[in-house]
Design a protein around this ligand. Structure first.
Ligand SMILES: [Zn+2]
Ligand SMILES: [Zn+2]
Length: 150
């Protein structure tokens, strides 16, 4: 995992993005929060504690630039918001309808990047969105049933 500022700086410079302090902090947040698939708001609220001058627009624009350069991925599994992902390798997602967690999942997919579909369309990205109840919430539900029916 990349967590030191120096290597984050190199990543931005390689993509032609000027490594300002705020951009570095945003990339650092992304590299340290690989499991929560944050929204712009989540990143903004966290960084505001360290950088009182940061604006939501800066966070939004920075994420858009990262996305364009392929430094982060984006998913819209909830249907209402963009969630950013530091893991840019091909993988799918599971949304828990109970707690709202978005979990990375590995499933074998019959399609793959670079392959051509039957009409000759070239696939460049594949996003699988699975929705249901995560195993932790299932456990809680089972326990609460037990408690109400002793
Ligand atoms: Zn859950
Ligand atoms: Zn992911």
């Amino acid at each position: 995992m990349i967590t030191n500022m120096k290597s984050l700086k190199i990543i931005l410079e390689k993509e032609g993005i000027k490594p300002t302090y705020q951009r570095l902090k945003i990339l650092e947040y992304m590299s340290r929060n690989t499991v929560n698939h944050p929204t712009v708001e989540m990143i903004y609220e966290r960084l505001l504690k360290d950088i009182p001058t940061i604006s939501m627009t800066t966070v939004y624009n920075t994420l858009s630039a990262f996305l364009e350069k392929g430094l982060v991925g984006a998913i819209t599994i909830t249907g209402t918001e963009m969630r950013y992902d530091f893991n840019t390798a091909s993988h799918h997602h599971f949304l828990c309808k109970q707690c709202g967690r978005i979990i990375d999942i590995e499933v074998t997919c019959p399609f793959s990047e670079g392959k051509k579909l039957q009409h000759g369309h070239r696939v460049e990205e594949i996003h699988g969105y699975f929705k249901g109840i995560c195993k932790d919430c299932l456990k809680d539900m089972k326990n609460s049933v037990k408690e109400s029916n002793p």
